[in-house]
Design a binder for this molecule. Structure first.
Ligand SMILES: N[C@@H](CCC(=O)N[C@@H](CS)C(=O)NCC(=O)O)C(=O)O
Length: 330
């Protein structure tokens, strides 16, 4: 006899209706989270302060500028890395903003320049109401405004920034062509590519982004293999460059966030062994581990991207130390 306490399965028609309704609602929620083109491909909105400004005259002055970052943001991570690798803390203070998933914005832990949210600071700098206040952003204390907040330009500016210890440039003229080649290759297909996978509105849009992502990663793996054979550790030569810097924030989040949440799971990274070893080498550079906050990454992504993960449950993930061990390949 059937157990009377067992819950009845809902009728098939009800399930079909619920799926249809949920799909409609999902498309609406995704519209708020991630704009898409007519084919359902994610299109990142244009930023606010996107032009490369000239190097400020007071760049070397102690505390003259503030670099505003969020822990989970990979675009902010690249700026944080340049700040750290070039030792810029003498002239540029680092300020970490906190996510506010309920309000969908970044807020300051303590009021900054009289503002409690990044959006307020944006408006003060002339950003329009319709533009989203994003990290990273570079604030000038003297000019009382955001100088630039497009990470691609910001890292170029930080690479020109005067350093106390004459830290090497990450985009030296002699390697500029190779560095630019890789930066362009990664920007759309890898850095934005993982978001294009996760925010795709349909299978075709996902398939397109996903294959472009893994094509670019396989190409980088092959290039690094050749570099290793030539005795060089990095994408563009014997020293790390901006090409390595922009790849790292995406790859270090791969197993922790992008594979489980955005569906970037075609290959585990150890199947691209030169990339795996490269990631461990980059993580071992002085100051890099301090910029990596796996707990915050997972809490922010799984907790904040409601349409992708409605339960808000933060799943357990691999320990970061296992991912940056250079010898784990089975
Ligand atoms: N194009 C920008 C993108 C930066 C960006 O999208 N930042 C996200 C975090 S990963 C953000 O701050 N979003 C705030 C929001 O959507 O409210 C850059 O590269 O600097």
């Amino acid at each position: 006899m059937a157990d009377q306490s067992e819950p009845m399965r809902p009728p098939a028609a009800l399930i079909r209706t619920a799926r249809g309704l949920w799909h409609c609602q999902w498309q609406q929620l995704m519209g708020g989270l991630a704009p898409a083109d007519a084919a359902g491909r994610y299109r990142r909105p244009a930023g606010a302060f996107t032009t490369l400004p000239p190097l400020p005259a007071n760049a070397a002055a102690a505390g003259s500028h503030v670099l505003i970052v969020g822990r989970s943001c990979p675009w902010a991570h690249r700026a944080w890395l340049v700040h750290s690798l070039r030792g810029l803390s003498g002239s540029i203070d680092l300020l970490v903003v906190e996510p506010d998933p309920a309000a969908g914005r970044w807020r300051f832990a303590e009021p900054f320049e009289g503002c409690s949210t990044l959006a307020e600071l944006y408006r003060r700098s002339g950003g329009s109401q319709r533009q989203t206040a994003t990290v990273p952003a570079l604030w000038s204390r003297q000019e009382q405004r955001i100088l630039v907040n497009e990470s691609a330009r910001l890292i170029e500016l930080l690479d020109l920034w005067p350093t106390a210890l004459d830290a090497p440039r990450l985009a030296p003229e002699t390697q500029l062509e190779a560095i630019d080649h890789w930066r362009q290759r990664f920007q759309d297909d890898v850095n934005d590519g993982v978001y294009r996978c996760g925010f795709a509105r349909n299978q075709a849009a996902y398939d397109e982004a996903e294959s472009a992502l893994f094509r670019a990663l396989e190409e980088a793996d092959q290039a690094l293999r050749l570099q290793e054979q030539a005795g060089e550790d990095w994408l563009c030569g014997p020293e790390p460059s901006l090409a390595d810097v922009v790849l790292f924030p995406t790859l270090i989040r791969l197993e922790l966030v992008y594979a489980p949440l955005f569906g970037c799971s075609r290959l585990p990274l150890w199947q691209l062994p030169a990339l795996w070893r490269w990631r461990a080498r980059f993580f071992a550079l002085a100051g890099v581990s301090d910029t990596c906050c796996p707990g915050a990454w997972r809490a922010d992504y799984f907790g904040a991207l409601f349409p992708l993960h409605p339960s808000g449950i933060v799943p357990a993930g691999p320990d970061l130390s296992r991912l940056v061990n250079s010898q784990p390949v089975p």
